[in-house]
Design a binder for this molecule. Structure first.
Ligand code: AMP
Length: 401
């Protein structure tokens, strides 16, 4: 069986999935696994396509001190116990800067270019690159593909990606990039099967997970995003504040004496739903809580989504559909209903019964704006991109690895 390994490496976990290569460029998920607790309580867990458990084992902390070690243990498990030797590896890489508007086959030169973006995504990019480097060293002939969260947004009009700062800084890369692009791309590629006419029009997609953003799609291409230079901007998230006056950052430095790294950690880890509620970054806990601060955090989350939807509708000069995706968007009946209320002025009327049963179309038949729930699948997008780059390589010879 020809397979593709998809890797999504973070600071303390490496998520991986195995896809089999089917005919006509299609892929099918076979294994979903992760090594988490890296550097604290490492644990390898994996399930098969039907959810059947394949592995659940703990490791001593010294056996898996970092991401490359986790990658190597997971790789050994795949090779020696599951007998899988992937023909290629697709990686989720958060930042492709303005250089990359599509996935790329990795070599040492690509890694060097991607290292330049570490400062733009300090909590993600180094961990994304770590397994790439170790695989390049240990398996130099294994094709690796980098798939970027930023690439899908490179179709924006130039003006959309500027900040009003001196041009020289824009030229250096201080500009809006947008993130969650693999998720939006998956939704954009899925919509034509669900609603072909709407997919050709103006659609807002709300990716509401532990990270959250919204994307304005015009004819299936990204026209605008709520995220900018880093994944801090836009909507309130689990632990990130979303849009915040830069004056607040100056205040934290000048009046609270915080260093740049303190501010960084504060903005990425202590704000958002967690900071505002003082309870949790998990929407499920907030929904279950009677605490007024939990209610405020939810109200803020929903209110800002409404505001940003107005902004994106203006960017699109109208709206033909609204789509929910990711953890909160796919699962929370109540949050979807509250957001739909915020969007009533745009012509959204939800069907409560369809919303409760998580139907694909959750708006009423007379809603001027149809509202869909489209479960995202970033890993499948990465597997498809990886296969397509392999198939387009002149030297590619299927069956011979
Ligand atoms: P993601 O980053 O897309 O995996 O989304 C993770 C987030 O989705 C979690 O932190 C939860 O806040 C949220 N979530 C998942 N399931 C539910 C649910 N049933 N109700 C509300 N929020 C949920």
């Amino acid at each position: 069986m020809d397979t593709i390994l998809v890797v999504n490496a973070g600071s303390s976990s490496v998520k991986f999935q195995i896809f089999s290569v089917e005919g006509e460029g299609q892929v099918r998920r076979q294994i979903k696994g992760q090594m988490d607790g890296i550097g604290s309580r490492p644990r390898l867990r994996a399930i098969g396509a039907d959810g059947d458990p394949l592995a659940d084992r703990a490791y001593p902390i010294e056996a898996i001190p970092d991401v490359p070690a986790a990658m190597s243990i997971a790789g050994e498990w795949l090779r020696n116990e599951i007998r899988i030797n992937p023909m290629a590896v697709g990686h989720r890489v958060v930042h492709g800067g303005s250089d990359y508007d599509r996935p790329v086959l990795i070599d040492h030169g690509v890694v060097a270019r991607l290292e330049r973006f570490i400062a733009l995504a300090p909590l993600h990019q180094p961990h994304n690159l770590a397994p790439i480097r170790s695989l390049l060293t240990n398996y130099p002939t294994l094709p690796q593909v980098a798939c970027f969260d930023t690439a899908f947004h490179r179709t924006h009009d130039a003006v959309a990606d500027y900040y009003a700062i001196p041009h020289q800084l824009h030229a250096e890369g201080i500009r809006r990039y947008g993130f969650h692009g693999l998720s939006y791309e998956y939704v954009a590629k899925t919509l034509p099967q669900i609603a072909p006419e709407i997919a050709k029009g103006r659609v807002i997609v709300a990716h509401l997970g532990s990270g959250a953003s919204m994307c304005a799609l015009k004819k299936g291409h990204s026209a605008e995003s709520t995220m900018g230079f880093t994944a801090l901007d836009g909507l309130a998230m689990g632990t990130r504040p979303g849009q915040i006056d830069p004056g607040v950052v100056l205040y934290l430095i000048s009046e609270k004496g915080m260093s740049a790294s303190n501010v960084q950690s504060f903005l990425y880890r202590d704000c958002g739903l967690k900071g505002l509620s003082g309870i949790s970054n998990d929407m499920r806990e907030l929904e279950a809580s009677e605490d007024p601060k939990a209610k405020l955090a939810i109200e803020y989350f929903v209110y800002r989504i409404g505001l940003n939807a107005g902004m994106l509708a203006a960017a699109l000069q109208g709206l033909d559909a609204f789509v929910f995706t990711a953890g909160i968007g796919e699962n929370s009946v109540r949050i979807r209903a509250r957001i739909a209320d915020q969007l009533a002025w745009l012509g959204v009327t939800l069907d409560p019964a369809e919303n409760s049963r998580h139907a694909r179309l959750i708006s009423r038949s007379d809603s001027r704006i149809p509202v869909y729930v489209v479960p995202t699948d970033e890993e499948q997008m990465i597997a498809r991109h990886t296969l397509s780059l392999l198939l387009n390589r002149p030297s590619f010879n299927p069956g011979h690895k």
